[in-house]
Design a binder for this molecule. Structure first.
Ligand code: SF4
Ligand code: SF4
Length: 432
């Protein structure tokens, strides 16, 4: 695609990066067919190609964002399905990240939208605040239907719908500390505790720690770690995201200095995509660019790490698992085979639901901010999963677990919970 940026515009490193990305797009439109919002809404402006044109026009003309651009960029899930499809290697992720930063800097959102986003950014990344908010949701639940009748208040209704009725107790696995390897040590890793996940499903990291220590890997949950920054990053709040990234980089490299680390283990693929991008996000910060790149290189999804441990084949268990590949897993990190191979080795019969490339509609805060489109995508996803007639659904991202669980009665678990069970761990409580 031809671009017409001035030399002055290109002096801005964000614009220079976006210009390089834009030039790669050849307008072929292959990406439209696999874009969940285009498939759902049928509007070119809600396709990757349409959004690329909108972003180009806005940046090239040095214009502040307007309501039209914001509408169509807000509807993008950042699922990155387009990056898997694109034959020209267009780096849509960094382009839309830049567009979101530009929107945040130049556009004043309507009051209720601003308030909702401020609340999400102030609550979700902090486990203590998030837990309190979920407890308070019990009082608001009877009003969810009423809230959803008024468009500006719809996200508050969606939040109440998503809030679980009962919260698990905080787990010891979320506390900082070292979990020694059982038997001779074959590795040492740090585990990301996360923000929403330890509140909603602490058993995911508990299962990970049990499994890894049984396999001879020491697991450290470092003190001082914060949310990976993904939630605010996708809202265009770059400074807040970069602050979180810097803090985590310091914490993890401190652990490398203390005892060495083979990997930083991540059990939520949404966080994994962001941490693997720290090197890019902090590239313009001379004090952190190299350190962040080191951290990104150490970041591994739990299934990527387990694949290196050569687990033995287990006997068939007679349990059918539908594997839902989170967008951040298959498109963001391009991890497609490892989780399924591990599940098969663990003795499960694995099914691939149709339209596996399409998002379930969770996408960070998307199911709160865009509940209508999110609801349609959830219904489509659940229908495809249920068609495989599974006993259990497995996936690698807490957002997908929460989203899909509200649409089906089939139990849904993190992949690692099943692998832990198959290799000597506890049967997940939901299956008992
Ligand atoms: S990230 Fe997903 S929703 Fe956004 S344009 Fe690409 S395919 Fe469409
Ligand atoms: S598939 Fe790639 S090159 Fe083609 S329109 Fe989409 S982003 Fe552009």
């Amino acid at each position: 695609m031809q671009t017409n940026f001035t030399a002055e515009q290109l002096a801005d490193p964000h614009v220079a990066t976006s210009e390089k990305i834009l030039r790669k797009c050849v307008h072929c439109g292959f990406c439209t067919a696999t874009c969940p919002t285009y498939v759902t809404l049928g509007n070119e402006l809600d396709s990757p190609r349409g959004r690329i044109y909108l972003i180009k026009d806005m940046l090239e003309n040095g214009r502040p964002a307007d309501a039209e651009v914001v509408t169509h960029i807000d509807r993008c899930l950042s699922c990155l399905s387009c990056t898997t499809t694109c034959p020209s290697g267009v780096d849509y992720m960094h382009l839309v990240d830049h567009a979101r930063m530009h929107i945040e800097a130049t556009y004043k959102r309507p009051f209720w939208n601003r308030l909702t986003r401020n609340i999400l950014a102030a609550v979700l990344p902090y486990p203590g605040r998030f837990r309190l908010a979920l407890k308070a949701a019990a009082f608001g639940r009877p009003f969810a239907g009423l809230l959803k009748r008024f468009k500006p208040l719809e996200p508050f209704g969606a939040m109440l719908d998503l809030a679980p009725r009962a919260l698990p107790k905080a787990s010891a696995s979320a506390r900082p500390g070292t979990h020694p390897a059982a038997g001779p040590r074959r590795g040492r890793v740090a585990i990301l505790s996360g923000c929403a996940q330890p509140v909603l499903k602490p058993e995911i990291n508990a299962a990970t720690i049990r499994l890894l220590t049984r396999l001879g890997v020491e697991v450290v949950a470092p003190a001082g770690e914060v949310c990976c920054g993904s939630l605010v990053h996708h809202m265009g709040r770059e400074e807040q995201a970069l602050e979180a990234a810097r803090r985590n980089v310091d914490v993890w490299l401190g652990e490398v200095e203390k005892g060495g680390l083979d990997a930083i283990i991540i059990t939520a693929s949404g966080c994994g995509t962001t941490i693997k991008d720290y090197g890019f996000m902090l590239r313009l910060d001379p004090a952190y660019a190299d350190k962040a790149a080191r951290v990104s290189a150490l970041a591994k999804d739990i299934t990527e790490y387990l694949a290196t441990l050569d687990l033995p084949q287990q006997e068939a268990r007679g349990v059918t698992v539908a594997y839902h590949s989170a967008c951040s897993m298959q498109h963001g990190q391009k991890i497609t085979m490892a989780p399924k191979t591990l599940l098969k080795k663990a003795g499960f019969a694995v099914r691939d639901p149709a339209e596996g490339h399409l998002c379930c509609g969770s996408a960070g805060t998307y199911n709160i901010l865009q509940p209508e489109i999110s609801g349609k995508l959830k219904a489509r996803k659940v229908k495809n999963i249920e068609a495989t007639k599974p006993d259990i659904i497995a996936t690698g991202n807490i957002g997908c677990i929460t989203q899909i669980a509200t649409g089906t009665a089939i139990p849904i678990l993190h992949t690692v919970e099943l692998i832990d069970w198959a290799y000597g761990g506890m049967k997940p409580a939901v299956l008992s």
